[in-house]
Write a protein that binds this ligand. Sequence first.
Ligand code: LHQ
Length: 261
Amino acid sequence: MSEESILYAVSDGVATITLNRPQALNAFTDGMIKGATAAFKQAGKDNEVRAIILTGAGRGFSSGQDLGEVQERQGEFSIGEHLRKGYHRLITGMMTLEKPIIGAINGIAAGAGCGVALATDIRIASDKASFMLAFSKIGLVPDSGTNWFLPRMVGYGRAYEMAITADRIPAEQALAWGLVNRVVPGDQLMENAQAWAGKLASGPTLAFGLTKRAMNRAWGMSLAEALEYESYLQELAARSHDFAEGVQAFLEKRPAQFEGK
Ligand code: LHQ
């Protein structure tokens, strides 16, 4: 990628996107938000890529907005526009990317960093990771989708508590609350994330992508609408190579060779 604050690498069907400003716990600068948005776009377009890992370099996942950059710009800066042109594009890009995104949460995910972590589809956390709605510590309201994600994931009471206390939620508590899917020792995080992503990348990834769309759209639908939308998506999935192969492999009692198409 053009920004070295974002690293992008593809191997065996898996794109790994790394937030790379470890000296500031991967606080987001403008360039970094743009770089991350572009990296997800590239991963979406590349047919070789069938699963994505998002992680952070060093001891943090992301400490959210770079506050130094905000301070430098006082006066010429509209936070609303900054959110609309920056984080909203990044988060919307992640949510509409029809490939599974694994968040490999290596350390603290604070503020907008927490929002970006929650915009991944499944999360594997280091035992050293934590989640923090840091916004109220600096007199702001939660942003970057956290008001949307968190009450759905942990319920309103816990989400509101996180917002008004700005307490760190450690990995084990995040697991108990359903914020992460798995917790592993820190030194085994990437190995586990890669193994998981590799397994997904050899699966029926067209169906995985449509499933992501189905579940995210269903939030805003009635049951009748969700049922109707499922039948539409199932028509698409049933026309795929993977469906034909999956059924054939089952009948022949052999492992299916999925191609994501
Ligand atoms: C940082 C940051 C940081 C710069 C650590 N910026 N340098 C959207 C639109 C526009 C405006 C505002 O915001 C938003 C959305 C948001 O994200 S608002 C929330 C912004 N984030 C925060 O308020 C979190 C600020 N950071 C912290 O509270 C702590 O650093 C945490 C709790 C994340 C980690 O604490 P520690 O593990 O004790 O690390 P540390 O504080 O020592 O940080 C390490 C270094 O990283 C340090 O630099 P230094 O040169 O002293 O080693 C920090 O200054 C730097 N850093 N976060 N957001």
